[in-house]
Design a protein around this ligand. Structure first.
Ligand code: UTP
Length: 249
């Protein structure tokens, strides 16, 4: 299984810090956040980690040159920041159409209190290798910040089959309060949908929109993984991540 970490975003919500140092390089103890995310992927079974970055963020590569992880890292540049879906698409050639599901970990999402990717791998294996999207319940008033899912059937507590997914819906249009939480295990068919995906919310190529189209062909599950997701893409989320990682690792 290969993992993919999109980490090429501008990080405007954490400016001016991110004008000099990428948010993925924020320290968690003596290591940058991205090193913890790579650890999570390798622990979950990734034997190669593809990191999407940009020429403006040389520090990421430099870190792993000085501190190699337990699996090879492959670097792919995203030269223009057209959105998460566009970032993922840049790595298409590294993933065969018939390969295992692709583990995608957002470079600015840390999980405390458990390995979300490992838990998602287990769920996928138990369901014929199907796609699994990690999710969490968020307060209704905040649904317009996330990809939001609609479940077609409750299979077990915290685990359901996806009927729909929509990026950043208005509060009144949101199909639920189940939000994408920084981790995806996706059938490689998603690359086919990304190739001709048109721009969506914010004028960006949205991964959510490609997954939505893929639902017509593939079964996708939603899963509220154990642990807690922290968005280190903004200063407040980063401080909360530090507290949580300090308490329970
Ligand atoms: P975000 O939307 O949180 O990242 O994307 P951003 O664009 O850096 O944030 P702001 O809005 O400017 O503050 C989630 C993940 O997708 C990556 C980001 O690096 C982050 O890990 N991303 C996003 C890309 O790699 N490329 C993009 O074009 C957009």
């Amino acid at each position: 299984m290969k993992a993919l970490i999109p980490a090429a975003g501008h990080g405007t919500r954490f400016a001016p810090w991110t004008k000099l140092i990428p948010k993925e390089m924020l320290p968690i103890g003596a290591r940058p956040a991205i090193a913890l995310i790579v650890d999570e992927a390798i622990e979950a079974g990734a034997d190669e980690v593809v990191i999407i970055t940009s020429p403006e963020k040389p520090l990421l590569k430099k870190w792993f040159e000085l501190n190699p992880p337990k699996a090879p890292v492959v670097w792919v540049d995203q030269l223009e920041q057209y959105g998460l879906g566009h970032a993922v698409l840049q790595a298409a050639e590294h993933f065969g159409a018939e390969s295992d599901p692709v583990l995608i970990l957002l470079g600015d999402a840390l999980v405390s209190g458990g390995n979300a990717s490992s838990a998602m791998m287990e769920i996928s294996k138990a369901n014929g290798g199907a796609s699994v999207i990690g999710c969490e319940e968020v307060p209704r008033e905040r649904v317009s910040r996330y990809g939001i899912m609609r479940s077609s059937s409750e299979i077990a507590e915290a685990f359901f089959k996806l009927a729909d997914i929509v990026e950043k819906p208005a509060v009144e249009d949101a199909p639920s309060n189940l939000a994408v939480a920084g981790r995806y295990l996706l059938d490689p068919a998603v690359f086919r949908y990304l190739k001709d995906q048109t721009a969506g919310v914010g004028g960006e190529i949205q991964l959510t929109d490609a997954i939505r189209r893929m639902l017509a062909e593939k079964t996708v599950f939603g899963y509220i993984y154990p642990g807690h997701r922290h968005d280190i893409g903004n200063p407040n989320g980063y401080l909360k991540a530090l507290e949580a990682m300090n308490e329970n690792g």
